[in-house]
Ligand binder design. Structure first.
Ligand code: G3I
Ligand code: 9MR
Ligand code: ZN
Length: 561
């Protein structure tokens, strides 16, 4: 049987816009790949030999599936499980389980005359994926000459930064470009550093990439973003987004945006945690990080809250967040672990026990459980994870309370996954959903560490499979990998150079249809189908350092490298 080799497209996304489809075919305006719609979804890189192996089939009258090798020989057969239909995929999807098939090689799944993309079964299938998702951080470095045959460039954004609202300019260099744009944001960078350091803690040896060196590049920049009084500037960028040019070609004035409590708290939490990783190799740098973290916390303790919103002249990314208790909690947990000073723990416990949240409609804060998340705007789980890792520093009641908070969330995610067409554990599909999928996998893997319960690990693996092809749009969402990868990311270096940087996780489906292309092509689609692989769709097809970082964590914690 001829394996899928023809180019691929998004008929499944467009056929209900016949006019657009004709326009697209004749102009192929967005260079969307033309593919016969696939009905079988697999991890487009493959499966480790002894791992669980699930695939998904758009419901079929046939109840048998076959696995064929490269010689087109049937090497395995099995039955489609009963169909499931959930709210986010909103169609009947059958799961197939071929976990007990452990023959190494290249295969495809067949159901009647449908054929999946090819995939591999074997060992060490993901080391290139791991390397390239890490390399993306180096390639995103600001302010230094980048050595790379495809994406190398001279230093960018080396000019002095104007402090917003003043005439003062200071020198702030380095840090990673945030995403498809060239802004540098503390809230995004701290989450990214936490994920990478937690991944490093799980696996420090990876000869091809020095995670600690890469994270240090971001930390050195963050230290420059701290004011003398301890507060952190929220971000540094130009006043507005530039066009799709290379970073070194953006010459507009750089501005330091006003301070924020979220940036200051996130920095305190991240720097206090990070300092332990550099104690041996560079005690002076480690101490600098800890001192800066303490200074940031002192600012928070002695000042009112600064809720960030963009000033009118600055229209780059906002990372606004009215609920700032989780950031304060993260900072306090991390500072307690770093200093053993009980004053931090007491405050952290108080915030945890008396947590209130401002609802989305902005009405009065409601007393509720502190949400244990790893998202850029919901970071409490980093604080909880740090305390749980320092079991000897907290009493057993607190340990059990915090452990229960994680396990309760993990149990909820198991339930969602159980009833989900593609085994996903997200109920809402919003901007950056692929990053959210990886963050939820992080939580499941933490729960697995705490309990050894296999189901948590297995469902985390399903999130990884979802990212790499087990999804209704049949995409491998990491650029440069799989038979049908994201090829048109909203990413200025790729757009300017007209070549797609590999190893970047696309933000993925977003039901909010926030950009013009999403509105044009995705009306009426189910949430998980609200993805379009075009450069303009920044709400579904951008990339971001803090979507790559939880993927790095998941690859390590699934034991895939
Ligand atoms: O959390 C709520 C959820 O409770 C609710 O159900 C859902 C309904 O749509 O909305 C969720 O909030 C969304 C939030 O992302 C989730 O993280 C907001 O609607 C959505 O507007 C928000 O979008 C953010 C976007 O900037 C616009 O502010 C993305 O998270 C964030 O990743 C993105 O970040 C941009 C930077 O600003 C600029 N650099 C690129 C970067 C990535 O696109
Ligand atoms: O490229 C910008 C992307 O990084 C942001 O996430 C997005 C939302 O803030 O905005 C993108 O910039 C677009 C701007 O918002 C509207 N004009 C077109 C810009 C490029 O797509
Ligand atoms: Zn730069």
């Amino acid at each position: 049987m001829h394996l899928q080799t023809s180019p691929t497209s998004h008929f499944s996304n467009l056929h209900n816009n016949y006019r657009d489809l004709l326009y697209l075919i004749f102009t192929n305006k967005h260079n969307i790949k033309i593919m016969k719609e696939q009905n079988i979804f697999i991890n487009q890189i493959g499966y480790a030999t002894e791992s669980q192996k699930f695939g998904y089939v758009r419901c079929h009258k046939d109840k048998e599936f076959y696995i064929k090798d490269e010689k087109n020989q049937i090497v395995y057969s099995g039955k489609l499980n009963a169909p499931k239909k959930d709210r986010v995929a909103a169609e009947d999807i059958c799961t197939i389980d071929f976990s007990d098939f452990t023959q190494k090689g290249k295969f495809s799944v067949c159901v009647a005359d449908d054929v999946s993309f090819p995939f591999e079964i074997g060992e060490n299938l993901f080391s290139d994926l791991y390397y390239k998702t890490l390399r993306y951080f180096y390639l995103s470095r600001c302010g230094q000459k980048i050595e790379d045959k495809d994406f190398g460039h001279e230093p960018c954004h080396t000019g002095k930064a104007l402090i917003y609202g003043t005439k003062e300019e200071i020198d702030v260099q380095g840090g990673w470009h945030d995403a498809g744009d060239y802004g540098r944001y503390i809230v995004a960078g701290t989450k990214t550093c936490m994920d990478l350091l937690l991944a490093y803690e799980a696996k420090s040896s990876f000869e091809k990439f020095d995670i600690l060196d890469e994270v240090r590049f971001e930390l050195e920049w963050m230290l420059q973003m701290q004011r003398p009084d301890g507060a952190l500037y929220h971000k540094i960028s130009c006043f507005k987004f530039c066009g799709f040019i290379e970073p070194q070609d953006e010459k507009e004035q750089i501005v330091l945006a006003p301070i924020s409590t979220t940036a200051t708290a996130d920095f305190a939490g991240c720097a206090a945690y990070a300092h332990t990783f550099y104690k041996k190799s560079d005690p002076e740098f480690a101490q600098k990080l800890l001192d800066a973290a303490i200074k940031a916390q002192n600012f928070i303790d002695s000042n009112p809250d600064f809720i960030y919103t963009n000033p009118p002249e600055i229209t780059t990314g906002g990372y606004g967040d009215r609920n700032i208790t989780d950031e304060k909690y993260f900072a306090l947990c991390s500072l307690y672990a770093a200093t053993k000073d009980k004053k931090y723990l007491e405050k952290a416990i108080d915030l945890f026990q008396n947590y209130q949240e401002i609802p989305r409609d902005g009405t009065e804060p409601q007393k509720t459980e502190m949400f244990q998340g790893f998202g850029w705007g919901s970071v409490a789980a980093y604080g909880t994870e740090i305390l749980l890792k320092n079991k000897e520093l907290i009493d057993s009641n607190l340990y059990q309370t915090l452990k229960k908070a994680i396990i309760d969330r993990a149990e909820k995610l198991l339930k969602i996954s159980e009833n989900a067409c593609f085994g996903t554990c997200i109920e809402r599909v919003f901007w950056g959903s692929n990053g959210h999928v990886c963050d939820e996998a992080h939580l499941l893997l933490l729960a697995h560490d705490l309990t050894g319960k296999k189901e948590y690990f297995d469902v985390a693996k399903k999130q990884f499979d979802y990212i790499l092809g087990c999804n209704p749009v049949n995409y491998c969402y990491v650029t440069g990998f799989g038979s049908n990868p994201t090829v048109n990311p909203h990413h200025r270096p790729s757009g300017a150079l007209k070549k797609c940087m590999p190893g970047m996780l696309a933000g993925g489906p977003a039901a909010g249809l926030h950009d013009a292309d999403a509105k044009k092509y995705l009306q009426g689609k189910s949430p998980l189908n609200c993805y379009i692989d075009v450069v303009g769709s920044y709400s579904t097809n951008e990339v971001a350092i803090y979507w790559n970082s939880p993927l790095v964590y998941v690859i390590v914690k699934l034991g895939l490298v």
